[in-house]
Design a protein around this ligand. Structure first.
Ligand code: CA
Length: 241
């Protein structure tokens, strides 16, 4: 998952970015409204942390313009304490959630987890596919109940694919959502990481869809048993016929 942090207070910006990176996200940063607007308008972020009081352009107008341009990524705004009107304006401009300053970093992390999973259609911090269970909060992966040790890159890749389970994810999309701006991107490395992930997981949940990308779905055996059941039901004589 790739995030953007727009905050003009350099210390606070660094603290948020560090916490997010430690939590396994790829993070880009901006320090004013213009730069932030440009990045959010041109790069595909999974979520944005947006301060309202920014130099050059305020956060509300940045958000309004993104939404007017059809940018739908979840946006968490940072508001000044006791300024209820900022929250109202923020939501009306298209914000999905807010945190009032000063805040605990844990709250930002928890709210982002909720926004990211909701945006991908999941209601809880646990995403399950076949025998694989991803615990987004703990940053843990279990296969048949046993923890699997992954590197941060492998985890990031699996987390992205599992958030989008059931959908074919193009390789280019993975590259864009896994690495920050400064990273030397090479889509061939994705294949290497997928290979390692398959080996470590030991179960067949990541399929390569030739020419299109990757699909995370329950293993073939489970899929075909579901299909067989459906076919059996279809071919069975209907009651009362
Ligand atoms: Ca500010």
């Amino acid at each position: 998952m790739r995030l953007l942090v727009i905050e003009d207070d350099r210390d606070l910006n660094r603290q948020i970015v560090t916490a997010l990176e430690q939590a396994g996200y790829a993070v880009d940063r901006a320090f004013d409204g213009e730069e932030g607007h440009f990045l959010g308008d041109t790069e595909p972020y999974d979520a944005v942390v947006l301060d309202i009081g920014l130099p050059k352009r305020d956060g509300i107008s940045v958000l309004e313009e993104w939404r007017a341009a059809g940018r739908v990524m979840p946006v968490l705004i940072l508001t000044a304490r006791d300024r209820w009107s900022e929250k109202v304006e923020g939501f009306d401009a298209g914000a999905d959630d807010y945190v009032a300053k000063p805040f605990h970093m844990e709250e930002i992390l928890a709210r982002l987890r909720a926004l990211l999973r909701r945006a991908a259609g999941h209601a809880t911090n646990e995403i399950v596919c076949g025998a694989v269970r991803l615990d987004v909060k703990a940053g843990r992966v279990l296969v048949d109940g046993n923890p699997v040790k992954l590197t941060s890159h492998e985890y990031r890749l699996l987390a992205y694919l599992m958030h989008h389970c059931g959908r074919i994810v193009p390789r280019s999309e993975i590259v864009e959502h896994l690495y920050d701006q400064d990273f030397d991107r090479d889509s061939n490395t994705i294949e290497v990481f997928v290979g390692r992930l398959r080996k470590k997981l030991g179960v067949d949940i990541i399929q390569t869809i030739r020419g299109l990308g990757y699909l995370v779905a329950p293993p073939e055996a489970e899929r075909s048993s579901v299909r067989t059941e459906a076919e059996t039901m279809k071919s069975a004589p209907k009651p009362g016929r």
